[in-house]
Design a protein around this ligand. Structure first.
Ligand SMILES: NC(=O)C1=CN([C@@H]2O[C@H](COP(=O)(O)OP(=O)(O)OC[C@H]3O[C@@H](n4cnc5c(N)ncnc54)[C@H](O)[C@@H]3O)[C@@H](O)[C@H]2O)C=CC1
Ligand SMILES: CC(C)CC(=O)C(=O)O
Ligand SMILES: [Mg+2]
Length: 353
């Protein structure tokens, strides 16, 4: 079997973590006996520099013709005032691929409990999956700006809410059977529609799932008060973006979380949840585990569950051995963490023989 995987390294630490992701993909492919054909395309700021736009037609075509896409991260101060922004390329890619459901798991391995800024007893046992709507809402509404006023329009249709809610309910069924829908229905009309649609779907199609609703401000508070009480969270684009960065502090670093962006069809888009981290870019300091977790999610989407399992085992072994990058108090560089993980993959393969 040969898979076509497009790599979009992007900007800042994007290329550093993408190099690790590629090495991990190559190693598990060799261990599991499948082949990967890689295509690498400039994306985001790197594409603006080369082609004048963050997402070219050619890059989009390459992405659409692949089985899966891995993205590092985009953006940085160099392009913050540019007419074409790297982030606009990312939004356009997500929209063009139709990847409306963004799955962002945050689990606390016991070895990480002391790494969170929260008390270890509080974060122990946390295993939450945030299902973020990814191709609608305020990030995609019309924007207007005059000298002294600005507006961003937030719109959701029933269909947009239904399709992401269905994925969240199905994920809850595969996990602990609990879904928390997060909105701001005490203020926003879009949230009132969101709540109605999720409630109707729950009663009609998922009576076995325990459904509750929370306002986003309270959800942000409960995430710190009792993180282990959450199973699956479903929420709109912007709330999910913010809550997932918050959730990354449960295991202790934003560098740990990966994400899968899925739609009706392949390819899916797989990326760590963090950005391009300009403050540490070019220093080989980034934590690559979120990128590696995204690789495991990518392999799952291809049906390569054994390969994904190998990766997760190797990550867990590294947590247990305290083999971390600086953000978690470890001494490994980004590239050293990648090499260590590959060594762990090899060692575990030999041990299993
Ligand atoms: N998916 C994407 O491509 C995203 C892009 N961005 C863009 O990234 C740029 C920087 O945004 P920020 O708000 O600073 O968010 P950020 O996520 O890039 O960085 C926030 C903080 O977390 C740290 N950090 C991030 N990833 C890390 C990793 N793997 N290992 C260790 N530390 C890590 C950074 O050093 C920084 O202190 C902006 O241009 C933003 O628009 C932001 C989020 C997502
Ligand atoms: C361009 C932004 C929406 C990227 C971001 O913050 C994210 O996807 O987490
Ligand atoms: Mg974000």
């Amino acid at each position: 079997m040969t898979y076509r995987i497009t790599l979009l390294p992007g900007d800042g630490i994007g290329p550093e973590i993408t190099a690790v992701a590629r090495a991990v993909l190559e190693h598990v492919a060799a261990l599991e006996g499948f082949r990967i054909e890689f295509a690498t395309c400039a994306f985001g700021g790197a594409s603006i520099d080369e082609f004048g736009e963050p997402l070219t037609e050619a890059t989009l075509k390459t992405c659409q013709a692949s089985d899966a896409i891995f993205l590092g991260a985009v953006g940085g101060p160099k392009w913050d005032r540019a007419d074409a922004r790297p982030e606009a390329g990312l939004l356009a890619l997500r929209k063009a691929l139709g990847v409306y459901a963004n799955l962002r798991p945050a689990a606390v391995h016991p070895a990480l409990a002391g790494k969170s800024p929260l008390r270890p007893d509080l974060v122990a046992g946390t295993d939450v999956l945030i299902v973020r709507e990814l191709t609608g809402g305020i990030y995609f509404g019309t924007r207007e700006r005059s000298a002294d006023s600005a507006s961003d329009k937030c719109t959701y249709s029933r269909g947009e809410i239904e399709r992401v809610a269905r994925i969240a309910f199905e994920q809850a069924r595969l996990r602990r059977g609990k879904l928390t829908s997060v909105d701001k229905a005490n203020v926003l009309e879009t949230s009132r529609l969101w709540r109605d649609v999720v409630t109707e779907m729950g009663a009609r199609d998922f009576p076995d799932i325990e459904l509750d609703h929370m306002y986003v401000d309270a959800a942000a508070m409960h995430m710190l008060r009792a993180p282990a009480s959450f199973d699956v969270i479903v929420t709109e684009n912007m709330f999910g973006d913010i809550l997932s960065d918050e959730a990354s502090m449960l295991p202790g670093s934003i560098g740990l979380l990966g994400s899968a962006s899925l739609g009706e069809n392949k390819p899916g888009l797989f990326e760590p949840i963090h950005g391009s981290a300009p403050d540490i870019a070019g220093q080989d300091k980034a934590n690559p585990f979120g990128a590696i977790e995204a690789v495991a999610q990518l392999l799952e989407s291809l049906g390569e569950t054994a390969a994904a399992g190998r990766i997760r085992d190797a990550i867990n072994t590294m947590h247990e051995a305290g083999e971390w990058t600086g953000d978690l108090g470890g001494s490994l560089s980004c590239s050293q963490a990648g090499v260590k993980l590959v060594e762990r993959l090899e060692a575990e393969a030999v041990a299993a023989e």
